[in-house]
Design a binder for this molecule. Structure first.
Ligand code: ATP
Length: 596
């Protein structure tokens, strides 16, 4: 997981300079053994700026709220001080003391990832025992591990709540730290109530009731909240879990409105008595500030305008071109639903073509030669783990995923993010593209849009994301058809391009070849339509099902015809859609959220 600095010669030093602080880890007050480990074993030569700001605050024992861009090293910003303080504890922490630090994360994959980092950090402090508990794992085994004692526990909220309520041998009377990592994501996934219950059970809820205030004060607790974006829900969580927190990473916004207050300070000043007001103030600013979603400067952001029917053929073509340009490459493709991930995973994994470059000749080989992984919330836990670890360790691979991979995951060396289906909103866009261009590395992001969706670019622009057009025609013309490259430079419509036409034929015969593939395609088609109708707020004026040609959508799943046996709810939607088209009035649609 650790990256060595200076390993990528392609990245300019200036690009990394902005990210790293000019001080060293020992300057921040961390124990020499820990510093040596960070440098020698993990390859971290210097702290990032966010780490340089957060680590001394965390060591000082204050509550802290950190907001920073993706891939800036937030995980170490809270883990290093916890390990530092815990290894100093006298008497030494023992397993029977139970849990000292609790880290709450939104997803199972992030749980494993953070656990992996803690394991590295405590390497030289063998008496500190890390562990994790999360949905999908065996409860009885988790109970046994909790009974033995886990000093630093990483958990997903649902499973933690379960153990707090039902595992009597879980000792947390010595709990000193509660960390909310990716707080915005935890809340977006609907864990708000679970978090409140957890805080209540741990006696760490800081609300108006005098009883709770006293309780909180009597506890030696330090709560840390980290988030890439601030919103109302995060503010509420901050309000009930943090006491006079130090705010870190908000100076950009402060400069926008009040340059004098932030200038010359390492972090914004301590919140005074009225923390609620200040949090609210920040929240308002966040909504108004164009560069709220700060993107890495070295990230190249592009869009590709593709008519619906050719989408899949174009996706395959772009992937092929990426892997031909650079043999070692890692790409994440984001899709909107689990069924769609399963279908695309099968296509990318199994589609074959002929070496003679004609798609219908005899000697077939795989269209994409690299490994293809999938990740979504309907997979069983073992398969999820295998995909996550497999894609992490590969040098050259594609991961097709729902948004379950969008938050916090740190796959090394991902060069390109393809958003084949548009994200829910601009913040989701930022989290998805944040899986590349991490810690100063280079990265590309490509967003697929249909001509009718092109207004989405203006929405992104409002949030500071400016995308340029991908040179699709050039890429297409570079592929030979019938063994020959196209010499004619005349613009041909994409759908009529010989390369796309023959690839589409291959896709359609691949899908039609087996009943299982046909079913995958039909299920994916239906779930895709449902997800499309579920766009919220302003976005439903851009992503309108009634503007789509469903026959073309079917083509993009390799289906020659629009599926007819698609279930009652879809039939009802189709009827409704026809009625709406007749009336030519904006539609009121039922929202069916897609499972991630
Ligand atoms: N001081 C450092 N020097 C070099 N690499 C670092 C340093 N700190 C962290 N990293 C590496 O940077 C990458 C990103 O770190 P991390 O995952 O903590 O970022 P993040 O800010 O939490 O991102 P996100 O918001 O996407 O979760 C990781 O691979 C991590 O090992």
């Amino acid at each position: 997981m650790a990256k060595k600095l200076g390993k990528s010669p392609a990245v300019k030093d200036e690009e990394k300079e902005g990210l790293f602080a000019s001080c060293s880890f020992p300057d921040l007050g961390l124990h020499p053994t820990l510093c040596a480990h960070l440098q020698d074993k993990m390859g971290f030569k210097a702290p990032t700026r966010i780490q340089a700001q957060a680590i001394p605050v965390a060591i000082s024992g204050q509550h802290m709220l950190v907001k920073a861009a993706t891939g800036t090293g937030k995980t170490l910003a809270y883990l290093a001080p916890i390990v530092h303080l815990l290894q100093m504890r006298e008497p030494r922490a023992e397993r029977t003391d139970g849990t000292f630090a609790l880290v709450l994360v939104p997803t199972r994959e992030l749980c494993l990832q953070v656990y992996g980092i803690v394991q590295q950090l405590v390497h030289r402090f063998h008496w500190i025992v890390p562990g994790y508990i999360m949905g999908g794992e065996n409860r009885a085994k988790e109970k046994a591990r909790l009974r033995k004692g886990i000093s630093i526990l990483i958990a997903t909220p649902g499973r933690l709540l379960d153990h707090l309520q039902h595992t009597s041998s879980f000792v947390y009377s010595n709990l000193r730290w509660i960390v909310f990592d990716e707080a915005d994501s935890i809340l977006e996934l609907g864990f708000g109530k679970a978090l409140e219950d957890i805080l209540e059970l741990l006696g760490s809820r800081n609300d108006a009731s005098k009883q709770n205030k006293n309780k909180m004060e009597s506890m030696q607790r330090q709560n840390l909240l980290l988030s890439a974006t601030l919103n109302e829900k995060v503010n509420r969580l901050a309000k009930i879990s943090l006491k006079n927190p130090v705010m870190i990473g908000l100076e950009e916004q402060n400069k926008t409105s009040d340059s004098s207050s932030a200038r010359g300070k390492n972090h914004t000043s301590l919140l005074s008595d009225d923390e609620e007001k200040i949090l609210e103030k920040h929240s308002t600013k966040v909504e108004q500030t164009v560069d709220d979603f700060k993107l890495p400067a070295q990230l190249v952001q592009r869009y590709v305008k593709v008519s619906c029917g050719s989408r899949l053929a174009i996706l395959l073509t772009i992937l092929k071109s990426l892997f031909e340009r650079q043999l070692s490459h890692k790409v994440v493709v984001f899709l909107s639903t689990c069924d769609s991930v399963d279908f695309h995973h099968t296509v990318l994994n199994q589609l074959e073509w002929t070496s003679g470059l004609q798609l219908d000749m005899d000697k077939k080989q795989k269209f994409l030669s690299c490994k293809v992984f999938r990740l979504h919330g309907n997979m069983d836990q073992d398969d999820r783990k295998k995909s996550f670890l497999g894609f992490s360790s590969e040098k050259s691979a594609v991961l097709v995923s729902t948004d379950v991979a969008a938050r916090g995951l740190d796959f090394p060396k991902v060069k390109c993010i393809i958003q084949y289906d548009s994200p829910g909103d601009a913040s989701e866009y930022v989290h998805r593209v944040g899986r590349t261009a991490r810690i100063g590395e280079k990265g590309e992001a490509l967003l697929f849009l249909q001509p009718v969706e092109i207004d989405y670019l203006s929405d992104l622009k409002l949030h500071g994301a400016v995308l340029t057009e991908y040179p699709l025609q050039k890429v297409l013309d570079s592929f030979p058809v019938n063994g020959q490259r196209l010499h004619k430079r005349k613009q041909i419509s994409l759908d009529m391009h010989p390369w796309i036409m023959s690839l589409q034929r291959a896709l359609e015969s691949f899908v039609a070849s087996e009943d299982t593939t046909k079913k995958l395609a039909r299920d994916a088609f239906c779930s895709w339509i449902r997800a499309y109708t579920a766009h919220r707020g302003e976005l439903k004026n851009i992503f309108m099902v009634k503007k789509l040609h469903l026959g073309h959508v079917a083509r993009s799943f390799g289906l020659k015809e629009q599926p007819s046996l698609v279930g009652r709810s879809h039939q009802v939607q189709l009827k409704k859609r026809k009625k709406e088209q007749k009336r030519e009035r904006p539609a009121k649609r039922r929202k069916i959220p897609a499972k991630r």
